[in-house]
Design a protein around this ligand. Sequence first.
Ligand SMILES: O=P(O)(O)OC[C@H]1O[C@H](O[C@H]2O[C@H](CO)[C@@H](O)[C@H](O)[C@H]2O)[C@H](O)[C@@H](O)[C@@H]1O
Length: 339
Amino acid sequence: MMMRRLTKFNHTMGFQITHSNRPKKVKPFSCPTNYNDNNDGTNGGSLIPDDVPGYASWLAKHPSALNMFDSITKEAKGKKMVVFLDYDGTLSPIVDDPDKAFMSAEMRKAVSEVAKHFPTSIISGRSREKVKEFVQLSNVYYAGSHGLDIMAPPRAVKACDKKGNEGAFQPAKLFLPEIQKMSKELEDTIREIQGARIEDNKFCISVHYRQVPSKDHELLKEKVKYLVRDRSNFCLTEGKMVLEVRPAIEWNKGDALNYLLDTLGFSNAKDVLPLYIGDDRTDEDAFKVIASRREGFPIIVSSIPKDTIAWLSLRDPSEVLAFLLRLAKWKKSEIHFFK
Ligand SMILES: O=P(O)(O)OC[C@H]1O[C@H](O[C@H]2O[C@H](CO)[C@@H](O)[C@H](O)[C@H]2O)[C@H](O)[C@@H](O)[C@@H]1O
């Protein structure tokens, strides 16, 4: 039933299966999408989804993953579920200070429980080190910089250096000196704007304006766009009150998902169900990969109606927590049942 609905959904969206699980060759590209996702469903910190116009009809199109839980587990019977999670806005609530986007102890426990039963990866826009520092779990895989920095399972050939030592897969490594230079230039560019701040995400740079007075938002955007415009090696995308400067290579969270599936040994498996939970525009690339496989569950976290190709939804990180706890509990009970 679920697969039929997803297939119908994909058909409606005009998706075709063109995808191969092998990691793509990384090639330069010009940024195709100007992501703009400033309406992030926060309202001074309190979420008011029931008052949001159109939310009920949006929910009908993107049913709650909690309400669809039985269909999900029915579909997952006898198959291997592989879990992918975004960090900000998914595992932690959106807050004003990016350095204080802490994950709750309950969420940490839930992710850890899920990871005991399913291969689990966190794919974030943050630097890999930073997201690992927030999550503090050793039983999950980490991909930072929107997938440009992946610590894959040891069997990945590309994750080893010449001596066979394990390392991260970093398709934009050659850009690093230029990215560092760009980071300094961005610092200088925004210095005068009150509340603006740069976050160094190693292979991407975030320019935050959540704490900038709204009268200065356009000024900040113009300044950053002006700087990036002349650099063909960089492109600009927008997230939740953040501009993200990234190297112009064709590699996104969807490619990271494929890369991890491949290195986890699932590239040719017919019975794999990737489940991805994320809240931002860059997560759509991962949803797209799942949708094109026609197997798995793309789940958007949003308390307001928004354009998405995800089929299922969760309102906020508290619903993500409830979903993850239920997933772990279900798997545990299944194991007991078959013992
Ligand atoms: O892929 P993600 O893990 O979701 O990372 C995307 C960006 O998330 C962070 O910024 C967002 O969350 C902050 C903390 O809640 C918030 O202050 C900011 O306004 C949001 O845009 C992170 O700080 C960025 O570097 C990531 O690119």
